[in-house]
Design a protein around this ligand. Structure first.
Ligand SMILES: NC(=O)C1=CN([C@@H]2O[C@H](COP(=O)(O)OP(=O)(O)OC[C@H]3O[C@@H](n4cnc5c(N)ncnc54)[C@H](O)[C@@H]3O)[C@@H](O)[C@H]2O)C=CC1
Ligand SMILES: O=C(O)[C@H]1O[C@H](OP(=O)(O)OP(=O)(O)OC[C@H]2O[C@@H](n3ccc(=O)[nH]c3=O)[C@H](O)[C@@H]2O)[C@H](O)[C@@H](O)[C@@H]1O
Length: 480
């Protein structure tokens, strides 16, 4: 029986390995992590991450051919294939701080693999890493391994949170990069055989190591760039009376452009887009390509602009002050169907409103209250100037109440801000909400989920990203 061990039981390691175990009953899959808390949760009824469809798979496979363990070294030593799916955040200190990937976790995993291995292994980069990381890992493995043979593969993951299971079941492609040597090719074929249990062969792309590593950064950069493009367009729509949804539809029907990923929003979030683009920017700068670096930087700058623009729009619309006004925040996760808040635009929007002394009542169906408080007060970095932004403290936290229901959040509120596109927000009874709000009642829709016409009929003043402005808003000063 082939034995797979995955180091890192996070958003990628957990779901990916659960699906491999489900689709490959002939393979034993063990997911290991240094976090006892995470592993305990994976072995319980309360999984550490929320992902539609995941729980059923884990329940079906756990204890059969899927195991979660803190015995990192033992399981790595036993495995034929070791996936490394540890976190690779942006460095916050030292050389490359604010941009470069922090490979501390990666390097310690690689050193541990070298230390404990007694048999040949295929080591698979699952984490998103800078191009050429495989070369560094090879050096660590070969210098410490007492002659054991390691083949390094790059097998970046393209799943999106909230749809991880369907993305893994039916991927657009699986990418495997390896050394172009007989041993390298053999390792590629071994990993290909794992995916071939359920992925059609023509969707398994093989390439050299550097192309695979760079393709992951490129894919995220292109995806994020589309959002920043449509968001930049949304600002122009508001200034001209065009409707960004209509513009997106009109351009998206061109098969060369395509219709997906053109939803204007309060900004993109998630743990990877910003981190991976900054990583790309850093690599361009280190390769003496400042023009290429500046091009990609602009994608994040527009994203920051979009979040600031939203906060300014809220404040400007409400007579230039939200001090002591109650603002209902609907949605805190970075997108629907996940409890993940990493880089969620809600964090920056809430911080912006708190600095303006707003009283926030936040509701999200998946995010625990303590997570929201942690996010709001954690140290944020200005990536461009590489300085820590002002920390928010207990005083600002007193302005935050977390509630368990969207209606409760809106009672007595002056304004509602929709920051995540949860389905339940589409079917809220806005008449009921309006009746219990202060007047004039404002809705600021950062995800374009509400029916603007209907809400205006009820009496709301509505701002919706990139839509023709309400007469009320037209007179307010331009933003940002
Ligand atoms: N979150 C996502 O949707 C996607 C993430 N990625 C990439 O996958 C990688 C992992 O991301 P996530 O799963 O979101 O991170 P995560 O933070 O949820 O999980 C990483 C896990 O690795 C563990 N870990 C760190 N060092 C370790 C070590 N030496 N030994 C054992 N365990 C260790 C941590 O305790 C943590 O539980 C990152 O490089 C990310 O860029 C790629 C595609 C999608
Ligand atoms: O490397 C990663 O971590 C992953 O990053 C993204 O996945 P994810 O961040 O989970 O979610 P997305 O669906 O891409 O959404 C990212 C952000 O963009 C926003 N978004 C997305 C699409 C859109 O049209 N408009 C828009 O504002 C979302 O609300 C969210 O805040 C990519 O889609 C995955 O392919 C990739 O594997």
């Amino acid at each position: 029986m082939v034995k797979i061990c995955c180091i890192g039981a996070g958003y990628v390691g957990g779901p990916t390995m659960a699906v491999i175990a489900l689709k490959c009953p002939d393979i034993k899959v063990t997911v290991v992590d240094i976090s006892t808390q995470r592993i305990t949760a994976w072995n319980s009824d309360q999984l550490p991450i929320y992902e539609p469809g995941l729980e059923e798979i884990v329940k079906q496979c756990r204890g059969n051919n899927l195991f979660f363990s803190t015995e990192v070294e033992k399981n790595v030593a036993d495995a034929d294939i070791v996936f490394v799916s540890v976190n690779t955040p942006t460095k916050t200190q030292g050389l490359g701080a604010g941009k470069a990937a922090d490979l501390t976790y990666w390097e310690s995993a690689a050193r541990m693999i070298a230390d404990v291995s007694k048999s040949a292994k295929i080591v698979v980069e699952k984490s998103t890493v800078p191009v050429k990381t495989a070369e560094a890992i090879e050096k660590i493995l070969t210098h410490n391994s007492k002659g054991i043979n390691f083949e390094i593969l790059s097998n970046p993951e393209f799943l999106a949170e909230g749809t991880a299971i369907s993305d893994l079941f039916n991927p657009d492609r699986v990418l495997i990069g390896g050394r172009e040597t007989p041993d390298g090719n053999k390792a590629v074929q071994t990993l290909k055989a794992v995916y071939a249990h359920w992925v059609p062969e023509d969707r398994i792309i093989c390439s050299n190591l550097w192309s695979a590593e760079l393709s992951k950064l490129a894919a995220n950069a292109f995806l994020a760039q589309r959002i920043s493009s449509v968001n930049a367009m949304s600002a122009l729509c508001e200034a001209t009376g065009a409707d960004v949804t209509q513009v997106a539809h009109a351009i998206g029907t061109d098969s060369r452009i395509g219709s997906k990923f053109l939803n204007a929003s309060v900004g993109f979030g998630g743990s990877c887009f910003q981190k991976d683009i900054l990583n790309l920017v850093y690599i361009c700068e280190c390769s003496a390509l400042p023009e290429a670096a500046n091009y990609w930087k602009q994608v994040i700058k527009v994203n920051d602009y979009q979040k600031t623009r939203f906060v300014n729009r809220v404040v400007a619309s409400m007579f230039n002050t939200v001090a002591n006004k109650k603002v209902a925040i609907l949605g805190f996760a970075f997108k629907k169907d996940t409890g993940d808040t990493r880089e969620a635009p809600a964090i920056d929007v809430c911080r912006g409103l708190l600095v303006e002394k707003g009283q926030l009542r936040i509701y999200d169906p998946q995010v625990p209250p303590e997570q929201m408080r942690k996010d709001i007060t954690m140290v944020r970095f200005d990536w461009d100037r590489n300085v820590a932004l002002r920390s928010l403290g207990d005083d600002e936290l007193k302005q935050v109440t977390v509630v368990h229901d969207a209606y409760e959040a809106t009672i007595d509120a002056h304004a509602v801000c929709i920051l995540t596109e949860w389905d339940e927000f589409k079917s809220l009874d806005f008449k009921k909400i309006y009746d219990k709000m202060q007047k004039p009642a404002f809705v600021f829709d950062g995800r374009n989920v509400v029916d603007v016409g209907k809400l205006r009929e009820i009496g709301f003043i509505v701002y919706s990203i990139g839509k023709p402005l309400d007469a009320w808003l037209k007179d307010m000063p331009a933003v940002a």
